[in-house]
Design a protein around this ligand. Structure first.
Ligand code: ATP
Ligand code: MG
Length: 388
């Protein structure tokens, strides 16, 4: 159902198998002992088989808009619990390729929306009238981008036109729901393509407005590179089955706004670390008005930022303690990205790389040596300005 039939027909391994049925959730619960009913906006039965969970959804019908006052507001669907038949169910799904049903009785695929044709043509097409369907649920615009990037599909012209016109509706989506969507968008293994499409359709600004603003002010290809490098790095890590923490991604996506805020808030008697602390707090506060970023992640993102000035000061005894910090590895990876993106921190990257490779004795020796003093750094950045 939905995603898994699509993925199997494309020869891709489905992430999960969802089942649809004409039985109501309560009836499903009666049939299976290990069943839990979940969801408010969209009620579902979860049937547990050992560690596996099979999601069982009851066929839904499109809303007439007249039932229960609270179901639809300004064309937006708030609840989706009106049951119906399989064909009704197909029409209320988002894209034609997501509305294919595999019938286990006769092994046929039921296709009410020409999904197979679109699947073969590589077209992502919203079912029904795009304006109506995006108004019902604006998150479908983000889903369109996610599937287009993941499957390498083209968004159908009429669907695309509606995205251009209706992106602003994303401002009405609760910031908590947007966070879940952002994770799916950026952790799907195609982060770069997804990001390019988000920018192309001008949707990125509803997710990360301050970052988007910085990208607009890009100079010498600089700000643009940081986010891109971070996303490339994410893709590679996912491909290598390495863990990716949302904290790192958040730190990377907001780095440009943080940097520019540091310049604004820093006063004469302030250290860079103090300015970073204020900038980090302000940027996160503003960001959270658009997309909720859970504190368990942002605390770590702030630590990654906070460690940056400490990593710049190489050659002192502090390095011995810093390298043991739980966030050291992430902060070091972050420094590498900064260098890749063109910031003047390559010599510090090299120092830390070597510091991690050598034994204790050599580490101590590295800490006795010459310091990267503020003096040196200042003269280097002056040099850089002159180059421009
Ligand atoms: P994935 O591989 O990412 O899980 P999926 O297609 O299974 O892709 P889900 O978010 O798991 O996506 O949703 C399952 C199915 O439910 C979709 O294929 C689609 O038919 C339907 N669906 C999900 N979200 C919406 C929505 N916002 N509007 C309409 N239909 C939706
Ligand atoms: Mg799914």
């Amino acid at each position: 159902m939905g995603g898994c039939v699509r993925d199997m027909l494309l020869g891709r391994e489905p992430k999960d198998f969802d089942v649809s049925t004409d039985a109501h959730p309560e009836e499903v619960a009666k049939l299976f002992r290990n069943c839990r009913l979940i969801g408010r906006r969209f009620r579902l039965a979860h049937v547990h088989f050992g560690r596996e969970i099979i999601e069982v959804a009851t066929f839904r019908a499109q809303h007439s808009g007249e039932e229960e006052g609270s179901t639809i507001e300004n064309g937006m669907i708030l609840r989706d619990n009106v049951f119906g038949g399989i064909e009704d169910d197909a029409y209320r799904r988002d894209f034609t390729i997501n509305a294919l049903y595999y019938n286990i009785n006769d092994f046929s695929v039921a296709d009410y929306t020409n999904g197979i044709d679109d699947l073969q043509a590589g077209t992502l097409r919203l079912i029904g009238q795009p304006e109506v369907r995006f108004r019902e649920d604006p998150v479908r615009m983000l889903r369109a981008v996610r599937f287009a990037a993941k499957l390498g599909f083209r968004i159908a012209p009429e669907t695309e036109t509606a995205i251009w016109a209706m992106g602003g509706l994303l401002q009405d989506i609760p910031p908590a729901r947007l966070f879940e969507e952002v994770l799916k968008l950026l952790l799907n293994g195609c982060a770069v393509q997804t990001y390019e499409l988000l920018r192309h359709y001008d949707l990125f600004k509803y997710l990360f407005p301050e970052t988007d603003r910085c990208l607009g002010e890009e100079e010498e290809g600089y700000p643009h590179m940081f986010v891109l490098r971070a996303l490339e790095n994410t893709e590679i890590r996912i491909a290598d089955n390495k863990p990716v923490t949302p904290a790192f991604l958040i730190a990377a996506l907001l780095w440009e706004p943080v940097r520019s805020t540091v310049h604004k808030v820093r006063q004469k008697d302030m250290t860079e670390a103090q300015a970073l602390q204020i900038a980090g707090r302000d940027v996160l506060a503003e960001q959270t008005r658009h997309v909720v970023l859970p504190r368990r992640f942002t605390t770590q993102s702030r630590e990654i930022w906070q460690m940056q000035p400490r990593l710049i000061r190489t050659g002192t005894k502090r390095a011995l303690r810093l390298v043991e910090h739980p966030r050291f590895r992430a902060a070091y990876d972050f420094l590498l990205l900064r260098a890749l993106a063109g910031e003047d921190v390559q010599s510090q990257c090299d120092w830390w790389t070597r510091f991690q490779e050598v034994d204790d004795e050599a580490r101590h020796a590295m800490c006795q040596g010459r310091k990267h003093s503020g003096q040196q750094r200042r003269s280097r950045s002056k040099h850089r300005k002159e180059e421009k």
